[in-house]
Structures are given as structure tokens and as C-alpha cells.
Design a protein around this ligand. Sequence first.
Ligand SMILES: *Cc1c(COP(=O)(O)O)cnc(C)c1O
Length: 353
Amino acid sequence: MYPIVYVNKEHLLENVRSVTALCATQNIEVTGVTKVFAGDPEIARIYVEGGIRRLGDSRVENLKQLQGLDAEKWLIRPPMIDEIEALVAYADASLNSELETIQAINDAALKAEKVHNVILMVDLGDIREGFIDHDELVSVAIETEKMRGVHLYGIGVNLTCFSFVQSDKEKMSVLSELAEVISNKIGRKLDIVSGGNSATLDLMLKDGIPGEVTNLRLGESLLFGKERAHFTFLPDTHQDVFTLACQIVEVKEKPSVPWGEIGVDSYGNSPTFIDRGIRKKAICAIGKQDFDVETSTAIDQDLIVLGASSDHLMLDVTDCEKAYKVGDIIEFQLGYFSTMRAYTSKYVTKKYF
Ligand SMILES: *Cc1c(COP(=O)(O)O)cnc(C)c1O
């Protein structure tokens, strides 16, 4: 039943192979991020088939679904104190920024007779997770190194997610130097120095990344073949892994401008309309609950996406070659947030080919 998301497994596999090979030329190993598709094991399996040995997700529930896959599992958001037991059960590693949480992980791991890997995050300007104070980072690293239920696995940074601060040579050098300082203090090399997400690929391709950085955590680039800093397409990748199909439920000639007194939308904004005269409009049975208009591209380039409410999508199909009628299917190529929403919506069927 519609709406349906079709996943092109072959194209995804080629993306995984191309992007990981590109990273390998710079001695960067990839953690494949699965949160975009809610940790669907059917898709994560393709990461593993493409040679990825580490999987990362921001939800423990998603990692739990990936137990059957032969890969290390990382929680890539600082864990909640409330989920530490599940974290120790289903994740091999996690990104951390609070000593209190690391102590709780240590206690739970000792109880479970496990060793959990801890990666300490540094905030280098994006103002999301991580230590701002480098001395505090080093002292927490030393404390972590003393614990028996956790292993100090390494350090990492995340950029271009909240403040959209870009990765640059200087920031990567700071990360490398911090790794060296910690290595000297604990008398061994760190296993992981994780230089960021798909937004760091642009720097890697242009200037290279300092030798100390050994890992990137990638979602967007694997799935959509794009680096995230300038949205350029990566060589030998496909942009059409996820296609959404929805069905038309109404087709009518309607004016382009509403009539009556106009109120505000759910966000408190007053909508504006362009007067194109009487147009042929179609409504599809899909809405904001199932996908995101801004990060979706209609395959029929002649149609105009007018907007969506929770479960209606309004299209202007006047200029289309095809004479759309009720029951016809409209297709979209999905980007990041649209895919994420489609995967979170129970109303969207997922099909793999
Ligand atoms: C989402 C996320 C990633 C992956 O980001 P992409 O832009 O999809 O590559 C990596 N690391 C962290 C901490 C994240 O939250």
C-alpha cells in the first residue's frame, strides 16, 4: 500500500564501496551511521556487505535491532543515565562528554562483566556535544583510563550539525594534538580519533586530514553520495537510493489564491500565494508526518510542489506532460530529513530492490 519508499540496494552498495575506498586512500576508516533509516537492519546489512566494520546510531533501540550484524555498534549521542543498562547490553562503544555518565557506564559494565568503549567528544565550535575545556577533557581521559568497566577508546569531534561550523585544517590539528597529549599521559596510543561526519569529507578531499585522525562517522555521504560542507556529489556515487511513491486522491481545476480571510499556520506564520490563475491541482495521500517537502525532489520536473499539511500533499500539475488523474502515482527522490521521516512513519511501506 502507498505511500512506499523504494530502496535501491545496489546503488547503496556502490555508494558504500566508493566512499569507503575514497576514505581508505587517506587512511580513514568509516563508522556507518544508521540513524537516518531508523537502524533498519536490511539497510545496515548493505553497509556491512560494503566492508564497513563499525555502525553508529543515536538511539539504543536502533542498535538493538542491529545485533545480528557482524559489526561494532556505537551510540553516537551521549547516553541518557536512564539507558545505561541497555547501552552496555547493545552498544560496544559510545560518544561521551560527562564524567558522571562514564562512571555510571563503568558500574553497569562491571555488573554485566563487560568492557564498554568510551570515546570522549571535544567541542571545537559547533556548540553541540563535547568538552570545551581541554584540561577537563584530559583529566576526564585520565580518570576514564583508570576504570575497569570502560576502556578509553579515543576522542572525537562533531561539526556542522547545530551551528554549521565547518571542519578545517586547524580544527583537525587541534583534535590531533589533543590525541597526542592524552596518549602521552596514558602511555599508549588511542584506538580511535574520530574527525567528524560527512561535512569533513570536503576537507579530506581538498587538503587532507592530519595523520592522527583515523575515523569518520558517515551517514549522508553513504546514503546520498554527497559531502555535507558544499553538497557536492562524490565520485562514483548515486543520489537515488531512496524513492518515495504516493498516490493521487484528488485532481481538480482550482484558483492559485485562496478566498476568505487568511489566518496563520501551525507555526504562527501567515502563508503567501502566487497568483498563477486557475490551475490543475492534485492532492496526494501523504503529508508532513511521512516526509519532508524541503528535502524531497519530484521526479517529474514539471510539477510544482505547493506544500503539505500533516497528511495531504498539494501539487500543481498544470504544466506536466502526463495528464494526471486519481489513482496515479507521483514519485520523489528523498534527501536526508525526508528519508528520516519516512523511516519514522509507520504509514510508509518500505520496499527493497
Ligand atoms: C548524525 C551524526 C553523524 C552522521 O552525520 P552525517 O552528516 O549523516 O554524515 C555523525 N556523528 C554524529 C555525532 C552524529 O550525530
